[in-house]
Design a protein. Sequence first.
Length: 142
Amino acid sequence: MTATRIEVGDLRPEEAELLFGLAKSTFETTPGWTDERVVAALANDVVFVAREDGVQAGYVALAPNADEGLVIEQLLVAPGHEHRGVGRRLLAHAEGYAIAQGAPSLLIVAERDNHAARGFYVRSGFVPVAGELLELVLPRRA
């Protein structure tokens, strides 16, 4: 088995259309999905892309919220890249970015019946705070 290399970096302008297509094919039937929401996130949020051996394997989109924290608007691991550490790398990158920005917390919404996602976030240190909202309290930057 050959080891793959996962790198996380900034969104390149030419990747937005591909990432939109990945998100649409993965989440289009999910409640709350809208093309506009994804397009807006890719255009306006801070977006980091995971590339596995140079191929786009997922992304995370972060937006500010009212209490100076950051919200994970979208976290996507592309089909065929699941269970290879892509989600963990994206989440770790988002957490590091949030700490560097001085954010007090990182928030994400995960539907109550999405046990896989909620379990992933809880294992990553998030705690349920209200309904579908989970929070990761971040250490303060020195």
